[in-house]
Design a protein around this ligand. Structure first.
Ligand code: 0PR
Length: 389
């Protein structure tokens, strides 16, 4: 830092320079992200709560009431209005909080000292971070032929030390929805905590069901489900960083609370201390503004474009890994490896990601991907395919 400051103009010129090197969602070229352009109403709400700190809620009672309201709205979307939870930084923090709650609860009621967690092989890598931080042993369950977790494999991995089972509603790589109903039964029988990671699917599955798409129940309607991750900064269209963690019962939040001697609340359960109220304001505003109808229209459009892309890819002779259930299309080329295809697409200005299991190109059809972008992508895929002997 220089001793003397510069003018505001100079500062913003400097910022513009950095921004030039960023990709923009509006270009339609970001194909591998679960984030998107935040909704303008959310952006406006976000900027009006920049100084509000939910880490000291007694000072920001209005923001705290708004967080409670958002949690109830999310709970209602997930089948139970009377829930508790927090708006936090994203899916990673939500999953860590859920694992911490499950571990502490099992320690308290079952005296478990060597905790294990059963996760599907398709689980997001945030569970590896949770396991490392919380000293949990991760047991990875196999997937079935449709890349959903195999309940029999989960059952085999359950032991006296199991503190939680995880199911995913909208897997990171393929958008699969695990058989959460079967997991719920299994967890009730074995008295084990069940966490559902709906970071991606939480803001789309309920609306797709309302639109008549056949998708299994995944939420608090299933009695075994103890907590759900749902990320407003993915399909909820909120600005980054906005995640959600929702618990069926307060006792799980309390199982990880610590004393906060000099704050305006006595105990705190979140990992983060100082915590922005802006994310909560944005989520509240967007949910109120769009309503279910607004979200239904957005997910319907994403699915429409997903099907156009999937059909086009199929017609060009590429192989779809699986028929899309949510707005994710994964595919392979019969002529080259996913890495080679990704680098060819990169040369043509597309930012795609390569999914690990099964190794394939993954396109997440977020609201910033329009039909015109998909048509350009299909043209480039056609050229790449024809250039390769
Ligand atoms: N759970 C699931 C099912 C997820 O897909 C993700 C993230 C998380 C948890 C973790 O969420 P946070 O990243 O909010 O902590 N899934 C994407 C991924 O890792 C996130 C992402 C977003 C990737 C934007 C790329 C990108 O440009 O693939």
């Amino acid at each position: 830092m220089e001793d003397k400051g510069v003018s505001e103009e100079e500062v913003f010129e400097g910022l513009k320079e950095f921004k030039k090197h960023d990709m923009s969602y509006n270009s339609g070229r970001i194909l591998g992200s679960m984030c998107t352009s935040p909704h303008p109403v959310g952006v406006k709400a976000y900027t009006s709560f920049l100084g509000s700190n939910l880490g000291d809620p007694g000072l920001f009672k209005g923001t705290k009431a708004m967080e409670n309201d958002v949690i109830s709205m999310l709970g209602e979307l997930l089948g139970k209005r009377d829930v508790c939870g927090h708006i936090i930084t994203g899916g990673t923090e939500a999953n860590i909080m859920a694992m911490r709650a499950a571990r502490n609860w099992a320690r308290k009621v079952r005296g478990i000292k060597d905790p294990e967690v059963v996760v599907p092989k398709s689980a997001h890598f945030s569970f590896k971070k949770a396991a490392d931080i919380l000293c949990l042993k991760l047991m990875e369950a196999d997937l079935d032929e449709d890349y959903r977790v195999d309940t029999a494999s989960v059952e085999d991995l359950i032991s006296d030390n199991t503190v939680a089972v995880v199911g995913v509603a909208g897997t990171t790589e393929l958008g699969r929805v695990d058989p959460i109903g079967e997991l719920s039964k299994l967890c009730i029988e074995n008295e084990i905590y069940l966490h559902v990671d709906a970071a991606f699917g939480g803001f789309s599955i309920p609306f797709l069901k309302e639109l008549g798409q056949k998708l299994p129940d995944f939420d608090f309607r299933l009695p075994g489900v103890c907590s759900i991750t749902i990320d407003p900064h993915k399909m909820g269209l909120a600005p980054i960083p906005t995640g959600g963690i929702i618990f069926r019962e307060r006792k799980y939040l309390e199982a990880m609370s610590v004393e906060t001697p000099y704050l305006t609340e006595d105990r705190q359960s979140t990992i983060v201390g100082t915590r922005t109220g802006a994310s909560t304001a944005a989520t509240w505003a967007i949910m109120k503004y769009l309503g279910r109808e607004g979200y239904r229209e957005i997910v319907a459009e994403c699915m429409h474009i997903t099907h156009i892309l999937a059909r086009g890819i199929n017609d060009l002779g590429f192989n779809l890994v699986a028929e899309p259930k949510l707005n994710i299309v994964a595919f392979k080329s019969p002529k080259m490896s996913p890495d080679e295809l990704a680098s060819q697409l990169k040369k043509r200005g597309w930012a795609v990601s390569v999914a690990a299991y099964p190794c394939s190109i993954r396109v997440i059809v977020m609201p910033h991907i329009k039909e015109e972008h998909v048509n350009m992508l299909l043209d480039d895929l056609k050229d790449i395919n024809e250039e390769k002997p």
